[in-house]
Design a protein around this ligand. Structure first.
Ligand code: AHR
Length: 644
């Protein structure tokens, strides 16, 4: 045994000694990296919006689910009504009657797999109320923990028969991820209530109707260059009636109509019958988030097709104008002067300045002739009215194959600016495709790598280190080809641990905590270190795209004068690499740091309690014109080398 261990150690030490030489040409031709390069894609899947990023804690606050009391546990005399409603597009409300004999009548809300409350944190309760009674009525608003103890009660007065908004700020006396909100009619008589809402006061940027602070911060921390939203299949809908209609997602939040969520019944073994879209985080909030995180917005609109995985529903060409108009109106909503119809809607919502929209995607993962036939109408109309807007078309659901081969020439014929490619493929594919774009046509439309993730089926598609490392390796090829691929976004972004449909996902959360996956940290390392220009980097005269299981790219950060090297060693043994810098003239390398991910366990994952896979940083010894690196096994490092 001892002898075997000795031989293994000896073999490993020989492996270290095999030194590779790479060269970075500081004076060679460069490729510009657009600031949009590394971005994020948000879709309401896995309870990503309602129950996730959107900070509303009450499910079915407007009583508009098909069964109006889903999410609510009524007690005493509670009925659902719609006569003389408060909101015409959300007409249902509840009537609570306390007949004086029962001490209690009211209802609990269960939230999204519970309500996450934290001790000492403040929550804003609000509701629209009225009472037919002559005397003021009292509501008791209560926070109930997972043991059914109503540990906080606060009274709210209701007076008058006209609908009015009441609010109260409650400070939670406990921490519990599975709490409930309870509303009790404490005085005899009747009260009617609608749009019953509970938000943390300290949302992201403190906005009412805002976003969950920790999740929005995690997005900000990726330093994303582009923000694609709101889907994904969700823009297509299971049928056209349930497609994402952006116009329904703007204006007063209380009057945005409910929509079914496309992901509710998609996977039979993970059905989520209570998955609907409140549109509370609608297009206005998504544009605002884009602005907050410093990313270029990239909205996606329906092209006149329902999700082709689920339906064959197609808008006839003679009826397509309304859909084309929706796209034009969206550009006006984002960029129009407040004197325009849709610019005014935006201004009235609180943002008179334009959002500065530069790109729009028409369709998601479409295929077949039905797609280019429809896309053509959009391209003509957008080019005529908004010639500066870049248009994104689709190459279908996969990275190759019949549809892909059909759609690419069609996209060129239609003259779209970017083609959205999607790949959910195994780690081996990502490692093997680091040179995918080296031979791409430099003259045609650019590529938007709009949805990708490494799916390690053997692990149940875990967000494990293997998947992250393979993405890091693949992304060196995106960066090397930044002239072809100016935008790239991992997918999906968010997943609730108790309510997800699709994995892997970049960020997981429960009602109180969140977890950044190894894949998140890969995206972050790229997003925080994009550089401005790709520098030629070669090993044996070739780009480093998998030789000896090494992957590498080099970029220049013009602001700091640093060279940024991104290197993956996907081998199970350490590797030595000497990197020489040519064309430095009188400059030299003066210092360096390395931020890196490494694990000997390719199956390692992060959890809500622990993130064993997270970036670490160390200094790098540098020579004047070279660096000699020992790359640990399963290693992804970002080196920032100061050149003066
Ligand atoms: O990211 C999840 C889904 O994958 C997207 O909605 C769709 O575009 C793709 O099929």
């Amino acid at each position: 045994m001892k002898r075997l261990l000795f031989l293994l150690a000896l073999a490993a030490s020989f492996a270290v000694q095999a030194q590779h030489t790479m060269t970075v040409d500081m004076a060679g031709p460069t490729v510009r990296i657009e600031p949009t390069m590394y971005g994020i894609f948000f879709e309401d899947i896995n309870f990503g919006a309602d129950g996730g990023l959107y900070a509303e804690l009450v499910k079915n606050r407007s009583f508009e689910f098909p069964q109006a009391l889903v999410g609510w546990i009524p007690f005493g005399d509670v009925t659902v009504r719609d006569a003389d409603p408060c909101f015409d597009r959300n007409p249902h409300y509840v009537r609570i009657v306390n007949d004086g004999r029962r001490s209690r009548a009211g209802l609990d809300n269960e939230g999204f797999r519970g309500i996450g409350l934290e001790k000492g944190r403040k929550y804003r309760f609000s509701a629209y109320v009225r009472t037919p009674e002559a005397t003021p009525m009292k509501l008791s608003v209560e926070l109930v923990n997972g043991n059914a103890e109503n540990l906080l009660r606060q009274e709210v007065e209701v007076a008058g028969s006209a609908w009015q908004k009441v609010t109260a700020v409650l400070e939670s006396p406990f921490t519990d991820a599975r709490s409930r909100l309870r509303v009790v009619l404490a005085t005899p008589g009747a009260v009617e209530m609608d749009h019953i809402s509970l938000f943390p006061v300290d949302t992201w940027k403190g906005r009412e109707n805002g976003l969950r602070r920790d999740l929005a911060q995690a997005l900000f921390d990726l330093n994303p260059g582009v923000f694609r939203f709101p889907g994904g299949c969700i823009i297509e809908g299971s049928d056209l009636a349930t497609r994402y209609d952006w116009k329904k997602s703007v204006g007063p939040v209380e009057n945005r109509p409910l929509n079914e969520n496309r992901w509710n019944y998609t996977f039979a073994h993970k059905a989520a019958p209570d998955y609907f879209q409140s549109y509370g985080m609608g297009f206005y909030e998504l544009f605002l988030l884009s602005e907050d995180i410093g990313a270029e917005p990239l909205p996606v609109v329906n092209c006149g097709l329902a999700c082709q995985f689920e339906s064959r529903e197609v808008v006839p060409l003679e009826e397509l104008d309304a859909y084309v108009q929706d796209a034009l109106d969206l550009i006006e909503f984002a960029n129009g002067d407040p004197s325009t119809a849709w610019g005014r809607v935006r201004a009235e919502m609180g943002h008179p300045e334009p959002f500065g929209l530069k790109m729009i995607a028409v369709g998601n993962e479409q295929w077949g002739e039905v797609y280019p036939e429809r896309l053509e109408r959009f391209v003509k109309a957008i080019r005529t009215k908004y010639p500066a807007i870049r248009i994104v078309g689709s190459a279908g659901p996969g990275p190759a194959g019949e549809q892909f081969d059909y759609l690419w020439p069609e996209m060129k014929r239609l003259g779209v600016d970017l083609v959205d490619e999607h790949y959910y493929m195994p780690p081996e594919w990502f490692f093997a495709n680091a040179a995918r774009y080296d031979g791409y046509d430099r003259q045609g439309p650019k590529v938007f790598a709009g949805e990708y993730a490494s799916h390690d089926h053997a692990s149940g598609k875990a967000n494990n280190y293997l998947s992250a490392l393979s993405e890091a390796a693949f992304m060196t090829g995106l960066e090397r080809n930044a002239d072809v691929v100016p935008l790239a976004t991992y997918a999906p972004l968010l997943a609730h641990v108790d309510a997800w449909q699709w994995n892997p996902d970049l960020i997981w959360f429960d009602n109180l905590r969140m977890m950044r996956t190894p894949n998140y940290y890969v995206q972050q390392l790229y997003g925080m270190n994009p550089g401005n220009d790709v520098l030629p980097l070669r090993m044996d005269g070739k780009p480093v795209a998998g030789q000896e299981q090494l992957y590498a790219t080099a970029a220049l950060d013009a602001a700091t004068g640093e060279v940024i090297l991104k290197i993956v060693n996907a081998s199970a043994v350490p590797q030595s690499v000497r990197i020489g810098f040519e064309g430095l003239k009188k400059r030299r390398i003066v210092s360096g740091t390395c931020t890196y991910l490494q694990s000997d366990d390719l199956q390692a994952v992060n959890t809500l309690d622990r993130e064993p896979i997270a970036p670490r940083i160390r200094p790098v010894a540098v020579g004047d014109r070279e660096v000699s690196l020992t790359l640990d096994p399963n290693f992804f490092g970002v080196y920032r080398l100061q050149v003066r």
